[in-house]
Design a protein around this ligand. Structure first.
Ligand SMILES: Cc1ncc(C[n+]2csc(CCOP(=O)(O)OP(=O)(O)O)c2C)c(N)n1
Ligand SMILES: [Mg+2]
Length: 677
């Protein structure tokens, strides 16, 4: 069914676009803060796209086959809020009146989960664009996995508006290059080519030939579209929609702040209210004699997309019912995946796998243990979809069922190339789209390249698994450029990110399970390159791993000190404890694979594992800062607050003092200090 039969007519359309301009300008004025320029400059583009092409249902923002719309230049948020309000989403005018205020549904930048109809959180420029690439990848792959001859249940487009800022950002290169290679024909990008960014005219610092750049990526590009001419915009969108083999870029020439008689075209309109005087002049200029936030009934009625949206969704539902009749199992699977539910036998399979890992008693690099987990879970969960940024053979993300989407469109793997930030923001888009549990992999050191997208996964509460291998100086000869020091601790600073650093195959299996069962946020797995010893555990200890921190070794007599360790340093802690115990000093070893989960345990658990009255030493081959909160000022941390060196791993561990002797010494010194005080 075709969208929007509306004819474009200047007579009707002008008041509709003026309503967008007025709502944006008035909300910013009312809030005394915000960005009126881009919304005013984009009014025609947005009106034509939303009224004539976007297939959506305001009454059901989560309908799976809706077109996705991403406003990558998130500072133009009032444009999106005005569109959502006018087309009939649950965003009343009172919310526009409380734009940018505490607890409103209209925060300064669009936030996923706060406002119905907002598909992703945007504001960090360029990432919305990469999210949109992820959504288009998800659509294409889901369609290939589920559509059947004569039964199309996944068939939607991803529209995205980007500004100069998004295209200046390096991530736009990463994402556009991959989108071109993947031939994402249903991705349509509109470039708000207004020649202005915050500091002024971009020609001073941004003189790329953007159309040529995108042509070089293999895109379908339309140049020099008059972004204030609805007929030209409509024609360009129609052409872009007809292009199915390549993503499209529509370069729309616009005037920032269009409609503001003395300020339009000037960077002053970018991020400040126009001021009462200019606002009054806009009303005269645009023939808009209405009070702030008043939308005349005829204009409101013309914008209302609810009836049409309901019809579009109803049409899809009929198609889905036919699909259900023809392919009942596939339909059930589609629904399960869209709801983000794990396969019914997930929990028992995971239990069996964890017990098998424990029984195997195998020394493994945790990256290898992670590959084993991925191999098992990929069989059970075809929604696992991901890849590595050109390190698949080091990150060990390839498993027997790996099928690259470039070779099999219904596949489950992406080869991201060397694009860590693009990969992670694309991964956010895949997660937001729905139908997949995505994962993304690189060396832990390069999580810094990906960092802001990882932060956005956490902010948006997305279920994503980051596989960060080569997690310490244990990677050896590649040297200090590749050896993470501050990365573990710095990832732990990101709210709502679970950082796991498992010490053996059993903890790795539990970490994967925990990541997959987590529905409200991402998980980062920090995994070793080098082989790690297997740790024997009782069933109760195995069960305790999910709590993030637990007693791994309890001496026969009451402990006089506690060693806390993570990952590769757990085996070191065990060696030190055994040496101390054989010398008559009973010491407990606590394995702390996930600090965030340990912190979520009740006080009884936490103080049972880490009794307040016992001296403590923490060991981690990384920055020491976070561990002081557990060991206290009289405790000790064996860590690294300097860069590493290039040498074989065993030599480095010895050189930097990660030896049982040094740890034992640290334990003796904290016991001595506690005895004196
Ligand atoms: C990654 C990132 N860097 C910087 C900013 C701050 N910032 C917000 S808008 C903007 C300028 C964007 O220019 P453009 O996209 O052309 O927007 P316009 O002025 O045309 O509205 C900047 C630097 C940001 N939001 N994100
Ligand atoms: Mg601009």
């Amino acid at each position: 069914m075709n969208v929007i039969p509306h004819q474009i007519s200047q007579r009707l359309d002008q008041p509709l676009t003026t309503a967008l301009r007025a709502l944006a300008m008035d909300a910013v004025e009312n809030a005394k803060s915000g960005h009126p320029g881009a919304p005013m400059g984009l009014a025609e583009v947005a009106a034509v796209l939303w009224r004539r092409h976007l297939r959506h249902n305001p009454a059901n923002p989560m309908w799976p086959d809706r077109d996705r719309f991403v406003l990558s230049n998130g500072h133009a948020s009032m444009l999106l809020y005005a569109l959502l309000h006018l087309t009939g989403y649950d965003l009343p005018i009172s919310e526009l009146k409380s734009f940018r205020q505490l607890h409103s549904r209209t925060p300064g930048h669009p936030e996923f989960g706060v406002t119905p109809g907002v598909e992703t959180t945007t504001g960090p420029l360029g990432q919305g664009f990469a999210n949109a690439v992820g959504m288009a990848i998800a659509e294409k792959t889901l369609a290939a996995q589920f559509n059947r001859e004569g039964h199309t249940i996944v068939d939607h487009r991803t529209f995205v508006i980007v500004g100069d800022g998004c295209l200046m950002e390096g991530i736009s290169h990463e994402a556009a290059s991959l989108a071109g290679r993947l031939g994402l024909g249903k991705l349509i990008v509109i470039y708000d080519d207004n020649g202005i960014s915050i500091d002024g005219k971009v020609s001073e610092w941004f003189a790329d030939d953007t159309p040529k750049r995108f042509e070089a990526y293999g895109w379908h590009v339309m140049r020099e579209i008059d972004g204030h001419d609805p007929i030209a915009i409509d024609a360009a969108l129609t052409k872009a929609i007809a292009e199915s083999a390549r993503p499209s870029l529509l370069c729309c020439k616009t005037v920032i702040g269009r409609g503001a008689p003395t300020k339009q075209g000037h960077h002053d309109t970018h991020g400040a209210p126009l001021g009462a005087e200019e606002v009054a002049r806009v009303r005269v200029e645009l023939n808009w004699p209405y009070a702030p936030f008043e939308v005349p009934a005829a204009v409101a009625a013309a914008w209302d997309a609810r009836r049409q949206g309901a019809a579009i969704e109803a049409d899809w539902k009929r198609r889905f019912e036919r699909y259900q009749n023809a392919y009942p199992d596939r339909a059930t699977e589609f629904t399960r995946r869209l709801h983000g539910e794990l396969a019914a036998d997930f929990a028992t399979t995971a239990d069996t796998f964890i017990s098998a890992c424990a029984a195997k008693n195998e020394a493994l690099a945790t990256r290898k243990a992670s590959q084993n987990a991925l191999t098992l879970f990929a069989k059970l969960l075809p929604e696992l979809f991901g890849g590595s940024a050109d390190l698949a053979h080091s990150n060990l993300t390839i498993h027997p069922l790996t099928r690259a989407v470039t070779r099999d469109p219904a596949g489950n793997a992406l080869f991201y190339g060397v694009r860590e930030f693009g990969m992670s923001a694309i991964t956010n888009g895949i997660a937001l789209h729905g139908g997949f549990i995505p994962y993304a992999a690189t060396f832990l050191i390069f999580s810094d390249y990906a960092r802001n997208a990882v932060r956005m996964s956490a902010l948006m509460h997305q279920r994503i698994v980051y596989i960060f291998t080569h997690d310490s100086i244990g990677l050896g000869e590649d040297g200090p450029t590749h050896q993470p020091i501050e990365q573990l601790e710095s990832l732990r600073l990101i709210p709502n990110l679970h950082v796991w650093r498992p010490c053996d195959a059993v903890e790795t299996a539990v970490a994967w399970r925990s990541a997959l069962e987590r529905t409200n946020g991402p998980t980062a797995l920090a995994l070793s390159r080098q082989t790690l010893a297997h740790q024997p555990r009782t069933p109760a200890q195995i069960d305790a791993i999910r709590r993030g921190g637990y007693v791994l070794i309890e001496p026969q007599s009451p402990p006089e000190a506690v060693i806390i360790a993570t990952g590769s340093e757990v085996q070191l802690a065990c060696a030190a404890a055994s040496e101390l115990s054989s010398n008559g000093l009973p010491v407990r070893v606590v394995s702390m694979p996930c600090v965030e989960l340990f912190e979520k345990q009740d006080a009884a658990w936490r103080s049972a594992v880490l009794p307040l009255n016992l001296p403590m030493v923490a060991i981690e081959a990384g920055a020491t800062r976070g561990w002081w909160r557990y060991v206290g000022r009289s405790g000790a941390v064996v860590g690294m607050d300097r860069f590493g060196e290039s040498a074989p791993a065993p030599n480095l561990f010895a050189h930097f003092g990660f030896t049982p002797q040094r740890v034992a010494e640290a334990v003796r010194s904290v016991i001595a200090a506690a005895t004196v005080s």
